[in-house]
Design a protein around this ligand. Structure first.
Ligand code: PBG
Length: 323
């Protein structure tokens, strides 16, 4: 045998020398859930170790992450049911929870990178990402609301705006609104290939944002489709996106790879709530080694081609020195 691939695996030093893929703190974005009130920190029951924080505790959490070298955060609000309406008005109310949270984080940690979510669902009385009329999700009418939401987030200090709604044309629309209002420096991380997935369940528990009727299949993608992701990614790039995101990550590694090979833009992947929940549940049962499972998952998402990973594991991997 001329070739014995095992020779490059014979010691830890050689294994590390030939390792092709690495994950570092710089690649990670930590999603954080926010609730109104003070001194709140309540665990999401389907996501052990993940909490909804009131703004005071959010600032403490951000500080402890920053000290670990984790400096990028994606914020999501849990909105009081009484504040929800058909038009998601709360999403662009100056004194609303979300905009306050963005301002506070940027005020205390100007060097932190704040990613903000653009979609109507946390604020909508229908629980959908777009405006609902007669049971239909309207596209172009929704864009106007997404534009207002994006502008309000940029004014509050967002570094990266992340539209997760899957309406057609929203990246271009948001880019124009931002540019016209002097925010040409604010980035857009588009949820380009976002699938109608079963793996968002725990997230919707965390935010109490499940759709009040039907499902999201008229706007989120069919999990059976791969080539369609290229249509979405190419449109978002042409419309001015700075990052293209694939979501979920684990069941869609082929899609990450496909988009990565088709673009020079950085590709992000969202290791979603259900992926976190299933791993944690197996760990709690003693069925998986947590450190090994978590690092394998994150490494695999990087190997598939993701530059940035949005993951609920972000803090624990740094706290425990798992990388
Ligand atoms: C909402 C949104 C969702 C997630 C991020 N933004 C849920 C959905 O589309 O229903 C899911 C994130 C996760 O599951 O961790 N626009």
């Amino acid at each position: 045998m001329l070739q014995r691939p095992r020779r490059n695996r014979k010691s830890e030093v050689i294994r590390q020398m030939v390792q092709e893929t690495h994950v570092s703190a710089a690649n990670l974005i930590f999603p954080l859930f926010i609730v109104d009130g003070t001194n709140q920190k309540t665990e999401v029951s389907s996501m052990p170790g993940i909490y909804r924080y009131s703004i005071d505790n959010l600032l403490r959490e951000v500080e402890s992450c920053m000290n670990l070298g984790l400096k990028a955060f994606d914020l999501f609000p849990n909105i009081d049911e009484a504040l929800k309406d058909k038009y998601a008005t709360e999403s662009h109310r100056e004194e609303g929870l979300y905009l306050r949270a963005i301002r506070e984080v940027k005020k205390h940690f100007p060097e932190a990178c704040v990613v903000t979510d653009v979609a109507m669902d946390p604020y909508s009385s229908d629980g959908h990402d777009g405006l609902v009329e007669n049971g239909q999700i309207l596209n172009d009418e929704t864009l106007e609301i997404l534009g207002k939401m994006s502008l309000a987030q940029a004014q509050a200090g967002a570094d990266i705006i992340a539209p997760s709604d899957m309406m057609d044309g929203r990246v271009g629309y948001i880019r124009e609104v931002l540019d016209d209002n002097g925010f040409s420096g604010v980035s857009i991380m588009s949820y380009s290939a976002k699938y109608a997935s079963a793996f968002y369940g725990p997230f919707r528990d965390a935010l109490n944002s499940a759709p009040k009727f039907g499902d999201k299949k008229t706007y989120q993608m069919n999990p059976a489709n791969q080539r369609e992701a290229l249509i979405e990614a190419r449109l978002d790039e042409a419309e001015g996106a700075d990052f293209l995101m694939v979501k979920p990550a684990l069941a869609y590694l082929d899609v990450i790879k496909l988009i990565k090979d088709d673009t020079e833009l950085p590709v992000a992947a969202y290791n979603v709530s259900g992926e976190y929940a299933m791993l944690k549940a197996a760990v709690q049962k003693g069925w998986l080694n947590e450190q090994r499972a978590v690092t394998e998952v994150l490494t695999s998402i990087r190997r598939a081609g993701a530059t940035a990973i949005l993951t609920y594991h972000a803090k624990e991997v740094l706290e425990n020195n798992w990388l």
